[in-house]
Design a protein around this ligand. Sequence first.
Ligand SMILES: Nc1ncnc2c1ncn2[C@@H]1O[C@H](COP(=O)(O)OP(=O)(O)OP(=O)(O)O)[C@@H](O)[C@H]1O
Length: 262
Amino acid sequence: MIQKEKPLEGTNIKKIIAVMSGKGGVGKSSVTSLMAVSLRNKGYKVGIMDADITGPSIPKVFGINNQRAVSIGEAIQPAETVTGIKAMSLNLLVKQEDDPVVWRGPVIAGTVKQFYTNVAWGDLDFLLIDLPPGTGDVPLTIMQSLPVDGIVVVSSPQDLVKLIVKKSVNMAKMMDIPIYGIVENMSYFECPDCNKKHYIFGKSKIEEIAKEMDIAVLEKLPIDPEFVALCDEGKVEVFGKMRFGFCENFANKLEDKIGGIE
Ligand SMILES: Nc1ncnc2c1ncn2[C@@H]1O[C@H](COP(=O)(O)OP(=O)(O)OP(=O)(O)O)[C@@H](O)[C@H]1O
């Protein structure tokens, strides 16, 4: 059995949740950000580890892409968002955020481990890990070597009918990590004029697929142009304030599946 890594002294993380998706572009980073904002709104201490090393997007969504993480001795200080969410991403370490990361797999895997072992996370209720898409080297390293408590799978309606979601779910099961549930992102579009839900990508099959895989449906999130616009402007936390009730509902569902925080 692979030994789990230990965090820095003085770090106390109550629950580690990895967010995964079968493929890219389904909104995994957006959903991770929304989870963080929703849990933070309820008063939890939240951190986000952006483990999507070659395509990091967390700093931009929170508008902290101009911050730089600083090291004090062995400890890297995470950046902090306006509402106090701690974040670590390779984009906070490179000189310029558009510098490409041309690293081999083992170097990337070593870096994400350091995001756990060398970052001064302090006291957190939740550390959310935004994994790179798929079931490759980094998700494997994280599931094997970090004490992940559970997994949230993000998919889109088109994605669901394919085998890739099942691959993510089966990977988590192989690693013996509980799956808190699946979030279907871009599930529908609600017309602002008539409030009717339009299933742009076809009627959702999430319920039957979740049942087949014996996992819970956590949430069905709509296609939301306002959400995208605010994320693009680095103001996902403004969305969290504007749509407080919506986020509260999402956080309640998460709390229900994740269980209590001692
Ligand atoms: N609910 C939504 N409604 C509308 N657009 C969305 C929604 N969720 C995500 N998007 C948009 O879809 C695009 C992809 O989202 P995101 O970067 O979160 O995906 P991802 O799965 O993390 O991608 P990757 O891991 O491949 O970088 C972004 O432009 C984002 O703004």
